[in-house]
Design a protein around this ligand. Structure first.
Ligand code: BG6
Ligand code: MG
Length: 217
């Protein structure tokens, strides 16, 4: 029987590399400067969504959603991004999550196309720093599509890979990302906690736990 799955579309932060911790640290620092405290539960709602959408969630959490003008909000988001960019500036291939390099190489050898659907404007830079440029077939520019949980970023990735959504699998660590994959009509693989990623078709604790054979149906 011909293999149905021909492409895998990966989120970047928290799936390919552990940048979700750095996003969290940078937001926590920024939030503390405006007297807002965020914990890991709040952070689950920040995963996968854009920088400005994340700021809105934080301001609402702190009851300060009406305290800043759009221009001030832009300064806050830019400040967070400065903290974040500084943190990832010295990334190397050692910052790939365990098993990712092997997984990408295995997919390549099987002729499976690889796409990246990340909301982050730093995803392109990270791909370079992590040394995986040659392994990736298509990267969606997140500024051209509505953000997760809308399905557009995964649909655009499938289009870029010249595949139908039904021929692709999406891999995500964020609730918003799993929702986007499902809406795109793809099989969804969660990375993280089953109790958080309740809507995923299958959840693995870490990328190194992914069992390709069981996914390639
Ligand atoms: C997502 C992260 O991948 O990218 C979010 O999960 C982040 O935490 C978002 O806010 C946007 O990233 P950036 O780098 O453009 O601010
Ligand atoms: Mg993520």
């Amino acid at each position: 029987m011909e293999q149905k799955i021909k492409g895998i579309i990966f989120d970047m932060d928290g799936v390919i590399t552990d940048t979700s911790e750095y996003h969290y640290t940078a937001w926590k620092l920024l939030a503390s400067k405006i007297d807002i405290y965020i914990d890991r539960d709040v952070n689950e709602n920040l995963k996968g969504i854009s920088r400005m959408a994340s700021l809105d969630v934080i301001l609402k959490h702190g009851g300060r959603e009406n305290d800043f003008s759009e221009a001030e909000k832009l300064v806050l988001a830019t400040t967070k991004n400065k903290y974040y960019v500084e943190m990832i500036s010295r990334f190397t291939p050692d910052n790939l999550l365990d098993g990712v390099e092997l997984l990408l190489k295995e997919l390549k050898s099987l002729g499976i196309k690889i796409g990246i659907a990340s909301a982050s404007k730093s995803a392109g830079k990270l791909i370079e720093l992590l040394g995986i440029t040659q392994l990736i077939d298509y990267v969606v520019d997140p500024t051209t599509v509505p953000g997760k949980p809308a399905p557009d970023i995964f649909l655009k990735a499938a289009e870029g890979l010249e595949l139908e959504p039904s021929q692709c699998i999406g891999v995500e660590d964020a609730r918003a990302g799993i929702e986007a994959i499902k809406k795109a009509g793809m099989y969804s693989v969660g990375i993280g906690d089953k109790a958080v990623l309740t809507e995923a078709n299958v959840v693995y604790k870490e990328p190194k736990d992914i069992k390709l054979k069981t996914l390639m149906f």
